[in-house]
Design a protein around this ligand. Structure first.
Ligand SMILES: [Zn+2]
Length: 339
């Protein structure tokens, strides 16, 4: 498992390797949103730290520690995370004590080091305090890698002991590479997924594999396409019915996010913006047909965007579902009616 397993993120990889080889720190925190590849990087770095002959690209994959690591049986490596089956939201303090605090003083068996990867989002304050004792005086052979969505959930005392490495959103081309490697095809589809996922490869992959998402998105464009011609009555029955399908109602956040991104694209087109900036590249023809035309086209799109945002906030604050959705539909119809 080399660092190549995670596409891009060269700054993060270099910083981890340099900090460890220079001996500046033996404790690390890798943060990034879900799907950014932080756990993948943590494992590749763990193998690097255990490997007998690592290079800048990562572990060699051939030495004894590497072979054991890749078989999942290297005793010098420990992963502390909650399995999905565990009812407890947090890692048990007792487990942190047993598998980490009490374990660090035992010598490594096959490598120069022992490496502990801890999913820190699973740690409560007590668990972090237990960990802190080891972070304060780690044996020289020990490397600890914490993984979390953000640093915000960690105690300042823990943060002060770690080298913090942040994963940044990846450029679209890199997300595209990840998608292609996973067998996703179609230039426009890949471009759409990379943009919509805002540079997070795991999100783009999950969307690419989701049938529901494809249907939800087609439904949103279908709805937009009918706005200009639907009567008020049709809109309030058929339009509302689309939002009220049990699956869609449950995923109304995703639905509104899709709608917001489509309205945003309509604004790009109406303001004669660069079509290269579109998110829904493959829906350009539909959008050209439905976008408002005339002097006030941009303002209309802006109003529509505000209406979607108002609905989103309203539903988040538990306003009445039917009232909120119907108000939104009528507002959208008003803005797009002469399209
Ligand atoms: Zn190796």
């Amino acid at each position: 498992m080399t660092f190549d397993l995670l596409v891009g993120q060269q700054d993060a990889k270099t910083r981890l390797v340099r900090t460890l080889t220079d001996g500046r720190s033996h404790a690390f925190l890798i943060t990034g949103p879900d799907g950014s590849g932080k756990s993948t990087l943590a494992r590749a770095f763990a193998q690097y730290a255990l490997c007998d002959e690592p290079t800048d690209r990562g572990a060699c994959g051939r030495c004894n520690p590497c072979v054991l690591f890749e078989a999942g049986t290297n005793p010098d490596f420990r992963l502390l995370e909650n399995t999905k089956r565990e009812k407890d939201k947090n890692l048990k303090v007792e487990r942190v004590r047993r598998e980490l605090s009490a374990d660090v003083d035992m010598r490594p068996q096959f490598s120069r080091r022992k490496v502990y990867v801890v999913e820190a989002d699973d740690l409560n304050e007590q668990g972090q305090n237990t960990l802190l004792k080891t972070l304060e005086e780690p044996p020289p052979t020990v490397v600890i890698v914490l993984v979390a969505r953000t640093a915000a959930s960690l105690l300042p005392t823990v943060l002060s002991r770690v080298c913090h490495v942040r994963l940044r959103p990846s450029p679209e081309a890199e997300v595209g590479q990840v998608l292609e490697a996973a067998g996703v095809t179609g230039t426009e589809r890949i471009a759409f997924l990379a943009r919509y996922a805002q540079g997070i490869p795991g999100v783009a992959l999950a969307l690419a594999r989701s049938e529901d998402f494809v249907q939800l998105r087609d439904g949103v464009f279908d709805l937009l396409g009918r706005l200009g011609t639907a009567t008020r009555g049709e809109l309030l029955t058929d339009g509302f019915a689309y939002f009220n399908v049990p699956g869609n109602r449950k995923e109304v956040d995703d639905l509104l996010e899709l709608l917001a991104s489509a309205v945003r694209d309509l604004l790009v087109l109406s303001a004669a913006g660069d079509a290269g900036l579109l998110i829904h590249v493959d829906k350009k023809d539909i959008m050209e047909r439905i976008r408002p035309k005339g002097d006030d086209a941009s303002r209309r799109c802006q109003n529509a965007a505000t209406a979607v945002e108002t609905a989103r906030r309203g539903l988040a604050a538990s306003t009445n579902f039917e009232t909120t959705v119907c108000q939104l539909l009528l507002q959208l119809r008003k803005e797009f009616s002469h399209a």
